[in-house]
Design a protein around this ligand. Structure first.
Ligand code: FMN
Length: 211
């Protein structure tokens, strides 16, 4: 299948088959795709919490309107975005840049500029900015799963405060932004499978500006 055929194939799975596990190596490739997703300034202002433990997933399900995918999937990826761009986080990123690319004046200039922006009174680098980057990771993750022939459900139908409490995220300065259940569709009982994908027409979605 081509990439576009894979995107047609994927859908936000409503019923997963708990008897069909996704191999750990496939999950790891999806996680790696998310790690490779771009982010504003490269800061990757979110972390992934991959929940395999069925007991923890039972609690997450209760915090997510009882959505069955959370328990029937192989695992659930929690996108936990930074509540704020602290100096420690910004410094850790530029330390990493220096480690990978080598230290130098340009890295330090970028570090100073980002630290100044992050600490400004009305900064654009806030929790909302971090959450946007997490959603970009989610999008890459959904596409990566589709390429693997693995099903997934993106979810924001959950109580963030409860998820943060279950996973101890607040204490780490993280916010539960989105969930992604990874599993295999239950072909026999997923009501959504029979319905065609709904998308706006190209004409209503795209404006071409040509010379
Ligand atoms: C950010 C986001 C949050 C979503 N939250 C939920 C959710 O909590 N539960 C669910 O079953 N589907 C959820 N969806 C699935 C969307 O309803 C679905 O992607 C959309 O209707 C398009 O359909 P398709 O993904 O099946 O092509 C979510 C999708 C996105 C992108």
């Amino acid at each position: 299948m081509t990439f576009l055929e894979r995107l047609q194939w994927r859908y936000a799975t409503k019923k997963m088959n708990p008897a069909k596990a996704v191999p750990a190596a496939a999950v790891e490739r999806i996680v790696e795709a998310i790690r490779l997703a771009p982010s504003s300034r490269g800061l990757q202002p979110y972390e992934l919490v991959v929940v395999w433990d069925p007991a923890v997933r039972a609690k997450l399900r209760a915090a997510a309107n009882g959505q069955s995918q959370i328990e029937d999937a192989t695992c659930v990826v929690v996108f936990a975005s930074w509540a704020s761009y602290t100096p420690e986080r910004v410094n850790a990123y530029f330390d990493r840049v220096a480690e990978v690319r080598g230290a130098g004046e340009s890295v330090e200039k970028a570090r100073a500029a980002t630290l100044a922006l992050a600490s400004a009174a009305s900064t654009s680098l806030d929790g909302s900015h971090a959450a946007k980057q997490a959603y970009l990771g989610l999008g890459v993750g959904l596409a990566a799963a589709a390429l693997e022939g693995v099903d997934s459900t993106p979810m924001e139908g959950f109580d963030p405060a409860k998820v943060e409490e279950i996973l101890g995220l607040s204490a780490r300065g993280l916010r539960a932004t989105a969930l992604m259940a990874i599993g295999h569709r239950d072909e026999a009982s997923d009501w959504l499978l029979a319905l065609p994908k709904v998308r706006r027409t190209r004409a209503s979605f795209v404006t071409d500006v040509r010379a």
